[in-house]
Design a protein around this ligand. Structure first.
Ligand SMILES: C[S@@+](CC[C@H](N)C(=O)[O-])C[C@H]1O[C@@H](n2cnc3c(N)ncnc32)[C@H](O)[C@@H]1O
Length: 321
């Protein structure tokens, strides 16, 4: 029956055109109507018989359907080898036929109008887009996307994990995460933060940066975010970071720029007034790391003015040889 349908489809010039056009691009019914310059009822009727012949199928996207030619044997009606071979021959033949220039030009117009529609929408919402983006998707999904560039089998340590701010992100991506902090209350808050299944990937250990409860050569990435300015002897911590990393392992330090903001320093009870970037970078190099580089961190202006002047931040990265 399907074989009959395939032959029957090819006897009709409109169905042949539809197949040719769909071989160029997947299209919705109203787009096909424009390209073929034919009534919608005609296009729908021919699409129905092309579907019955197993030559075309539709992909549903919300309330609209997009039609495409079926090439695989698993298509809706592709249940026998002869039909499959015939279908492939029909599609190959259709693809080899030249599309009349009038259809080609209308097809180009239809594809261009997709972009025009999108441009028209974004030109209206340009000033509201950030709010719409945050409202719909939150503010940090791109961080998950960026971590997807890193190998998921890494073991990552979050030194001075604090309340575990980074842990949801890290545990969603990496196989093993070790969260270290010297303060029990911080570790408790961190544990409470992780409720989903990724929590099982995180182990919590009490300890300090200069004496980490981690074996030599055990980790692929060591992160110390806003921690080093609390560490009594920062060079000792940097040497520890090198000790626990595997050869080729990387360190990521996020730190305050050197500052003189007394109110901030007192409020945070920091030991150090931030760090000079190049001094910290040389110190990291002396601790056994190579390719030490500092990076600007640009923070997005907060919605309301901060309650206190805070120093700028930078990142420092390096690799254990
Ligand atoms: C400002 S919080 C930062 C927490 C987290 N890393 C973040 O980015 O939100 C500093 C954390 O470092 C911890 N800390 C203080 N001295 C430390 C040390 N010598 N080694 C490791 N962690 C330390 C504190 O207990 C606190 O949880």
């Amino acid at each position: 029956m399907v074989t009959d349908g395939i032959f029957k489809s090819m006897t009709d010039p409109t169905r042949r055109r539809i197949l040719q056009v769909l071989l160029q691009n997947e299209l919705g019914v109203s787009e096909l109507v424009n390209v073929l310059d034919a009534p919608q009822s005609t296009v729908s009727r021919h699409l129905k018989s092309l579907r019955e012949a197993g030559l075309v199928d539709a992909r549903q996207s919300g309330t609209s359907a997009t039609y495409y030619p079926i090439r695989s044997q698993n298509g809706s009606n592709g249940n026998n080898g002869t039909d499959h071979d015939l279908r492939v021959r029909v599609l190959d033949w259709s693809a080899a036929q030249e599309l009349p220039s009038s259809l080609k030009s209308r097809l180009d117009d239809v594809l261009r109008s997709r972009q025009t529609d999108s441009d028209a929408f974004f030109s209206q919402v340009a000033h509201r887009w950030d709010a719409m983006r945050t409202d719909c998707f939150g503010t940090s999904f791109h961080l998950d996307a960026l971590t997807a560039l890193l190998p998921s089998d890494w073991t990552v340590v979050d030194v001075g994990c604090g309340t575990g701010y980074l842990l949801p992100l890290l545990s969603r991506r990496f196989a093993n995460v070790i969260a270290v902090d010297p303060v029990d209350e911080m570790l408790d808050v961190s544990r409470a933060r992780l409720k989903d299944e990724s929590a099982s990937k995180v182990t919590f250990r009490k300890g300090a940066a200069s004496n980490l409860p981690i074996d030599d050569d055990a980790c692929d990435l060591c992160i110390a975010s806003l921690v080093l300015h609390h560490e009594p002897v920062p060079p000792d911590a940097l040497e520890e970071f090198c000790r626990i990393l595997k050869p080729g392992g990387q360190v990521l330090i996020i730190e305050q720029e050197a500052h003189t903001l007394t109110a901030f320093h007192d409020m945070m009870q920091d030991r150090w007034w931030g760090f000079d970037r190049s001094e910290l970078s040389s110190q990291l190099n002396k601790s056994g790391f190579e390719d030490c580089q500092t990076h600007d961190l640009h923070s997005v202006a907060p919605a309301k003015a901060p309650s206190i002047d805070a120093p700028g931040l930078f990142a420092l990265t390096g690799r254990k040889p």
